[in-house]
Write a protein that binds this ligand. Structure first.
Ligand code: PNW
Length: 475
């Protein structure tokens, strides 16, 4: 009996699910196939090739638009419980609006969904992973409040077409990333440079868009389809660099919870201290109102409780200290926050390290514990965790170590902290177009040979390691 108990105690609980992920622009290619219209990424990379490290683009990427059967076969060979991918909005709705639904776009996603289901893999579908139709950007994109309706209608089309088979929907991937970096620093598409203004218009509109899609599902689809809808955001775990600086670390976490607090707190709305600080900064800069747009009572209630689970994308942690020169341009969320007057760093012992990722496995556990303490026993799904490498080799020892170390912490979150985490996702299933880093940064547990016209996929050591974890259900 004791042996059995020990064995059971080392296994992930029965309902826990293991998956892997990609996103449309990063893998699909076929940027102008059939009636697909250009997304903000198509336009951004074509107009600013130098914004991408190797001057590459996603025109072809992994050609998953044509090679989806290969991707499904890989997912199957690894024994994945689910595969998380995203729908390219301009592929499904070439005009961006719901008046015209692409037949070929519909067929492509039906094939992918049906193919996964036929081999017992759950499709987890993200509606927005950064590839906005360019014609909606021409109208202001995420800074135009009308996007809330455009997004809701897009969600309605997707729920209607695929909701009978898709039971886990992610509305929006990482608003922190595309709002701050797409409409703040302008490094990501659409390249709008408007720190402190555009990024917050985007934040409010993304939050409301998510909530409207959630309410739509709740009202018109839930009874019939019984699925779950949530949002996923990226998190950096912040710790004080020096003793006595805990309140600064907490402030950084509060800004990181810009999309968590409004959904999961009892009072709803923006995190109060963040709202206060931005209003204060705005006054000091002579603005007549806060740069962070207010939420009305009605909006607060729309957003509050609008998620069946919370998606967490976690890669790295940072140490927090006060900035000596407040005028320094510090880039949230990895380098610092001008708004909060804080600078971030990492410890040299956090290994392995790649570019902005310094591996700090306890961070994922502390993050989930902190979210659970602040918001109650919410269901957390880790929808991204992974390690990049410039070395294309199949023997990716550092990635194996990174995934193992993080899975160990996820296990402890469940067994020691009682956190309700129900899914882990290895980013990414295959090497792909890594945004500003192009193809030089490889995140795949499966290698893609970009020199091969057939874009051959070959599992790395990390894929075999992960497949073994899934099979045994233990680290
Ligand atoms: C994610 N951070 O972005 C994206 O969702 C993926 O598309 C991307 O390929 C992956 O991470 C790897 O970069 C992130 O600052 C951007 O912690 C920034 C952070 C995390 C994730």
């Amino acid at each position: 009996v004791f042996v059995t108990w020990c064995e059971a105690a080392s296994k992930f609980p029965a309902g826990f699910q293991f998956g892997s992920a990609t996103s449309s622009y990063q893998v699909e290619g076929a940027w102008n196939a059939s009636d697909k219209s250009p997304s903000i990424w198509d336009v951004f990379v074509h107009e600013h090739p130098s914004a991408i490290a190797d001057h590459s683009n996603g025109d072809v990427a992994c050609d998953s638009y044509h090679l989806w059967k290969k991707d499904i076969a890989l997912a199957r060979s690894l024994g994945l419980n689910f595969y998380r991918f995203s729908i390219a909005w301009p592929r499904l709705l070439p005009e961006g609006f719901s008046n015209n639904v692409s037949k070929d776009g519909t067929t492509y996603y039906n094939n992918l969904i049906n193919g996964l289901l036929s081999v017992g893999i759950e499709p987890v579908v993200t509606l927005y992973h950064w590839d906005l139709p360019q014609n909606l950007q021409d109208l202001g994109g995420w800074t135009n409040i009308e996007i809330v309706n455009w997004f809701q209608e897009y969600a309605r089309v997707a729920f209607t077409l695929f909701g009978d088979r898709v039971k886990t929907w992610v509305t929006i991937n990482e608003p922190t990333s595309f709002c701050n970096v797409g409409y703040g620093t302008g490094i990501l598409a659409p390249g709008v440079v408007s720190p402190g203004i555009g990024e917050y218009l985007c934040a409010k509109n993304a939050l409301l868009s998510h909530a409207k899609a959630y309410r739509l599902y709740e009202k018109e689809f839930r009874d019939k389809y019984k699925g779950q809808v949530g949002l996923t955001n990226q998190f950096v775990w912040y710790e004080a660099k020096n003793p006595g600086q805990e309140q600064n670390a907490q402030l950084a976490r509060d800004l990181g919870e810009l999309y968590t607090f409004p959904i999961f707190s009892n009072i709803g709305g923006w995190p109060p201290n963040i709202e206060f600080i931005i209003a204060k900064n705005s006054r000091a800069e002579n603005y007549s109102s806060s740069r962070l747009p207010a939420l009305t009572e009605e909006e607060i209630n729309l957003v509050k409780g609008s998620a069946d689970f919370f998606g967490v994308n976690y890669y790295t942690s940072r140490l927090v200290e006060e900035a000596c020169h407040h005028e320094q341009i510090l880039v949230w969320p990895l380098f610092g926050s001008r708004e909060l007057g804080l600078v971030f760093s990492y410890d040299s012992t956090w290994l392995p390290r790649y570019d902005w990722i310094a591996s700090y496995p306890p961070g994922i556990r502390r993050l989930m514990k902190s979210l659970t303490e602040r918001y109650g026993n919410i269901e957390i799904k880790i929808f991204e965790n992974g390690f990049g490498m410039s070395d294309p080799s199949l023997n990716d020892t550092r990635r194996v170590q990174y995934i193992r170390d993080h899975l160990e912490q996820v296990f402890l979150s469940i067994t020691e902290d009682g956190v309700n985490v129900t899914a882990y996702t290895a980013w990414a299933l295959i090497d792909n177009f890594e945004w500003n880093s192009g193809y030089k940064s490889r995140f795949g547990i499966v290698h893609v040979d970009y020199n091969d016209p057939k874009l051959k996929r070959t599992p790395r050591a990390s894929a075999y390691y992960y497949a073994d974890v899934i099979k045994k259900r233990e680290v």
